[in-house]
Every structure is written in C-alpha cells, then in structure tokens.
Design a protein around this ligand. Structure first.
Ligand SMILES: Cc1cc2nc3c(=O)[nH]c(=O)nc-3n(C[C@H](O)[C@H](O)[C@H](O)COP(=O)(O)OP(=O)(O)OC[C@H]3O[C@@H](n4cnc5c(N)ncnc54)[C@H](O)[C@@H]3O)c2cc1C
Length: 451
C-alpha cells in the first residue's frame, strides 16, 4: 500500500473508504467499477490470526474478481463439533490467514486503480461540500462521501443494543500430532475453536469467554493452555503472545447519512464469532452500501437520502436481530448451565429466528435495490420471512401477483403455463419456477391481498 500523501493540496476523492478490511475493499472495488474516484485508507493493523471463511463467501470473492486473495485461504476443512450432547462434522469452513488475506485484497484493489493510502484516520469532519478525513500525518483528505469500514474500532459506533460482553483470547499452540481441520467445543466457562491448516505446523486456538472473567495479562497464556487441556485432555504450549479481541454483538445506532458518512461491515453491525459468518456479512453490507452511496451521489435530495437511510438501517437491523437469535439458539443447544451459557441462551429475546411483526401478507411502498440504485417500489412482506420482497430476478413481484389475480378474476385457470405467459418474456425459466413455487408456498395466488 502507498504511504503518506505528501502533496500540499488536500487529495480529493468521490469516495473515501476508511478501513481496508474485507468490507472496505469490496465496497471500494464495486464503487470504482461504477466510475468513482476511490481512496482506500488503512492503518495496516490486522493482528496475526486465523479465521474460518464460509464457502458462500469464497464464491462471492470469485464472482467479484477478488480470487487472488484466495491464496491466503485453505481448502475446505471439516469442522468437528462437540456441543453438549451434539457431536457433528457435517459442516466446515476454509481457513484464512487474515493479515495475508487482507493485504492481498488491498493489493487487488490497487491493481484496479483504487488509490491505497496507508494512514491512521483520526476523525471525520463533514461540511456542506465535502467530508474532511483527518489522518495522523499530513493534510486532511477530502471526499464527497465517506464509507466507514474501520471494523469494531470505528469510533462512531454506539453500543446501545450490546449483548453480554464477550472477549476472545487466541494464540498459536504447539501440539503434538494434531489433525488438519477445525474443532469447536463447549466448555463450562465459554467455548473453544481450534484450527490447523495443512500449511502450518501449529494450531490456532481461540477461547471465547465473558469479558468479566478475562484474566490478567500475565495469565492469558496459562488460561488458553488450561482450556486446551480441559477440551482435549492433553497438554499443549502457547507459542505466541495471546491476542485479546472484543467479540460481542454490536449494532451501529446513529445513521448520519445526511452527513455523507456510512458505516459498513463490523462498523455497522458486528456479531458474536459463534456465527462463523462475520466476513460474509461484512461483504454483504458492503454490497448494499454501494447502492446507497451511488444513489446519494446521484441524487442528494433529502427525500432520496432518507429513503436510502431507511433501506440501509432496515437491512442492518434485520441482520442483527436474526443473527442474534441464531446465536441464542446455538447457545441454548449446548445444554450448558453455567452463567456464561445462561446469559447468552436468553439474549436478545425469545422470539423465533425469522420473527416479523406482520401476521398476514401485506403490500406497501418502501426502498429496494434496482440496478445499483435505491428506489421506492411496492414490496410484499410475508409473515415467516424477515425481509420484504420487491423482485424475483427481473420480475417485479407485486405486478406479477396482480396480473395473476386479474387472470383468475376473468375465470381463467392459473397454471404454470399461463403464469409464464403473464410474466415478462425475458425472465429465465429458473427464476419463473422459483417465483411460482414461492408464491404457492405462501398461498399468495389464492386470493388478492389488499394493500
Ligand atoms: C474473535 C473473533 C473471531 C472471528 N472469527 C471469524 C470467523 O471465523 N469467520 C468470520 O467470517 N468472521 C469472524 N469474525 C468476524 C470478522 O473478523 C469480521 O466480521 C470482519 O473482519 C469484518 O470485516 P470489516 O472489513 O468490517 O472490518 P475489519 O476486518 O475489522 O477491518 C477494519 C480495517 O480498518 C482498519 N482500521 C481500523 N481503524 C482504522 C483507522 N483509525 N484508520 C485507518 N484504518 C483503520 C484496520 O486496519 C482494518 O484493516 C471474528 C471476529 C472476532 C472478534
């Protein structure tokens, strides 16, 4: 990454991405592809660690042309689960060497033409024309829009909806004869994730405990070694300085889109690592943010900005609650009784994972993404799905439904063939079939819904 920009004049960008982790890099690349002048500012402070990458995140990187970063990603590894009475090895993950992975992602961004700046951001200062991005050394950078991708360290992050406080202690461990792959084990005081990549001799071990039980600095290594012995009944020796990271659920609370600053990734919504999908959600929020930034830069009117804020806040909030409930159910499934487990098995509430406040299908006008822009469109919300639906591929869902109801009102039989004719011809057979089945599953073709 390039170092400090020394020019006397402040550097101006359309968009500055603050933070070059997975979310920041993907967002930078997508905005650059839309024709924006993008600066990617990163302090280069990723601690040495292994993490698990979900296969769908690997596919996303391939689709987005970021496959060079997969050099830092292992083959798929099975995960051995020992979670209360549950013993399972049906799932797995790819292992990611994060410092190498993040550096490769940033290199890939720079190779496309994105300007990489190695700097520590101190603060953002919005004014009428630009957001000033103050950095530790040199003149502020200027941008029409700032995407805050600084992860959990984003200083505007508020923690009103924080879950029980977690910390993860992790280190490299020397263990005799250990198999390649990952293990997750529920212990009394928390849970332990261990990972061995084929390319490494040592094992990465991460112990997640309640922040209030975090031992003193000089006891961290001993705590990890003891947890290992508890989990596997064998001794091992910590080889590296233990890393301590905050690891609780967090949701950004104030969405100042009118100031042209938008948090993404962990800076918007961060999860308990038990989800194992933090990076995937970070990528996913980066993709929604692209449509938001693109829309606001094209049409900065208050009305459109408010629509974008509504869209983005809803997406983040839905993801947050859904993942929090998924986490709660995992903690419940352990069957453990210790305080650590009881607190997490009852947070955030007792609602089902896909809880929504609607009891029957409704149609309403709200924001949705269309061709990298946020537009107001008619949406359909069904009771057992968290998010309302606007489109099936190229098919506008509510228009399609209305065409079906009209067809039936004329006394015609609605079968798949007539459904095909009622839909636009450019829609693929696969999308049509998916839509047809979805409409049936939710009994939406039976009778009209009144908006
Ligand atoms: C203990 C733990 C274990 C996890 N395990 C997994 C896992 O196995 N699988 C998984 O998918 N997810 C896991 N996660 C979640 C995953 O790490 C995050 O979701 C993901 O890294 C978020 O990406 P991001 O780009 O939003 O932020 P980050 O990856 O945090 O990137 C932020 C970037 O911003 C930069 N930055 C920060 N502050 C500044 C500043 N002031 N100026 C300039 N640059 C700055 C940093 O250098 C960094 O490059 C885990 C999280 C924790 C805490």
């Amino acid at each position: 990454m390039k170092t400090v920009l020394t020019a006397k004049k402040p550097k101006q960008f359309d968009v500055i991405i603050a933070g070059g982790g997975p979310a920041g890099v993907l967002c930078a690349c997508e905005l650059y592809a839309l024709g924006y002048r993008v600066g990617l500012v990163d302090a280069g402070e990723v601690s040495a660690r292994l993490e698990g990458l979900a296969p769908r995140a690997v596919q996303l990187l391939q689709r987005k042309g970021l496959e060079s970063a997969l050099q830092a990603v292992s083959d798929y590894q099975a995960r051995q689960v020992s979670w209360g009475s549950l013993r399972d090895s049906a799932n797995g993950e790819h292992l990611v060497d994060r410092p190498q992975f993040d550096a490769l992602l940033r290199r890939s961004a720079e190779q496309r033409g994105i300007i990489g700046i190695k700097q520590r951001i101190v603060r953002f200062q919005p004014n009428d024309q630009h957001v000033h991005v103050h950095v530790a050394q040199g003149e502020p950078l200027l941008a029409r829009f700032v995407v805050d991708a600084r992860g959990r360290r984003a200083n505007r992050m508020e923690h009103a909806k924080r879950a029980p406080k977690n910390v993860a202690l992790a280190a490299w461990l020397q263990v005799a004869e250990w198999p390649v792959g990952t293990q997750i084990i529920a212990l009394e005081q928390g849970w332990l994730w261990s990972a061995k990549a084929a390319s490494k001799r040592d094992v990465w071990v991460q112990l997640l405990v309640d922040a209030h039980t975090l031992p003193a600095q000089d006891q961290l290594a001993k705590t990890i070694e003891t947890a290992w012995q508890q989990a596997f009944g064998m001794k091992a020796q910590v080889l590296s300085k233990p890393v301590v990271r905050g690891a609780d659920f967090r949701l950004h609370q104030t969405w100042h889109l009118a100031e042209h600053i938008l948090p993404i990734g962990d800076a918007a919504c961060a999860f308990d690592p038990l989800s194992g999908h933090g990076m995937f959600w970070a990528f996913s929020s980066a993709l929604s943010a692209v449509a938001v930034v693109n829309t606001v830069l094209h049409d900065p009117s208050l009305e459109r900005t408010a629509l974008c804020a509504q869209f983005y806040r809803q997406r983040q909030t839905e993801t947050f609650w859904r993942q929090a409930r998924v986490g709660r159910d995992f903690y419940q499934a352990s069957g453990q009784q210790h305080k650590f487990w009881q607190q997490r098995a009852s947070w955030p509430d007792q609602q089902p994972i896909d809880f929504t406040s609607v009891s029957k299908p409704i149609i309403f006008t709200g924001p949705a993404i269309r061709a990298n822009q946020i537009e107001a469109t008619r949406l359909l919300q069904v009771p057992d799905e968290v998010s309302p639906v606007a489109w099936f591929g190229e098919l506008r869902l509510v228009d399609t439904l209305e065409a079906c109801w009209n067809w039936k009102k004329q006394g015609q039989v609605l079968d798949f063939e007539s459904f095909e004719r009622l839909c636009k011809p450019q829609v693929s057979q696969a999308v049509l079939m998916r839509c047809w089945q979805w409409l049936h599953r939710h009994h939406l073709l039976d009778r009209p819904i009144h908006a």
